[in-house]
Design a protein around this ligand. Structure first.
Ligand code: PEP
Length: 251
């Protein structure tokens, strides 16, 4: 049985003051919640705050990006070992905003994924098609290309220590959610793609859906057979909304 996971992606939002309230609410309401693992991926400067407020609770935390390098002259970069210094569990890899706004290629995402796994972090590999690609009928080809780049670099065994998030780009921050059927179809495709390499890894693979998940649509999405929880952007910044989404995830 796969453990469900709901991970928040705060993107570049927050302040010490607002985080204190948000993390406090999330901790008070969700510490010990058995339905799903809960995690928050916060901006790097707030990792110390997440660590100090969530240590000892059942809620995990993580980062939104990591360098493929271990250390060196890479100004502005943050390494996997630095994230581990703050007890991060998760790190987002290849989020569509990083791909679109910072030119992160499949190849770059694969290198970061491999660095994260090698260090002992759990990468959350984000994949997804644009609206143009969906309308052109190439959704599966795009997802296959994004997954295969990581498989080729890191190998199927690395997926056993990772999470995949299907995030259709047209659904991120737009209020337009994929229907449960649309999402399920792509999730099944991803699982089958992994099954071609290793049936057991594929069966145990946690695959999240992301893209305008809200309290009102979470339960239906999470009840699909191949949807193992959610990666939540905007709604993870609103305590009551995020808490309700986490409560919608149950085995
Ligand atoms: C995201 O940032 O990963 C995301 C899914 O955003 P939103 O929930 O706001 O669509």
């Amino acid at each position: 049985m796969r453990q469900k996971l709901v991970a928040g992606n705060w993107k570049m939002h927050g302040s010490l003051q607002s985080n204190r309230i948000l993390l406090g609410r999330v901790r008070d309401e969700l510490d010990g919640w058995q339905g799903a693992e809960v995690s928050v991926c916060v901006p790097a400067p707030y990792l110390a705050q997440a660590q100090s407020m969530l240590s000892g609770s059942s809620i995990a935390w993580g980062a939104q990006n990591v360098s493929k390098h271990a250390s060196g002259a890479y100004t502005g970069e943050v390494s996997a070992s630095m994230l581990l210094d703050f007890d991060c569990r998760h790190v987002l890899i290849g989020h569509s905003e990083r791909r679109a706004l910072y030119g992160e290629s499949d190849h770059a995402a694969a290198a970061k994924f491999a660095a994260a796994v090698a260090a002992g972090l759990v990468p959350v590999l984000c994949v997804g098609e644009t609206l143009h690609e969906r309308e052109a009928g190439v959704t599966e080809a795009v997802i296959a290309r994004q997954i295969d780049a990581v498989l080729d670099k890191a190998g199927i065994a690395a997926f056993g220590r990772a999470v995949v998030a299907y995030e259709p780009v047209w659904a991120i921050g737009t209020g337009r959610t994929a229907t449960p059927e649309q999402a399920q179809a792509v999730h099944a495709f991803i699982r089958n793609r992994l099954r071609e390499r290793d049936a057991l890894v594929a069966e145990n693979q946690v695959i999240l859906y992301g893209g305008s998940v809200k309290a009102t649509n979470a339960a239906e999405l999470f009840s699909q057979p191949d949807i193992d929880g959610g990666l939540v952007g905007g709604a993870s910044l609103v305590a009551e909304e995020f808490i309700a989404i986490c409560r919608a995830a149950r085995p």
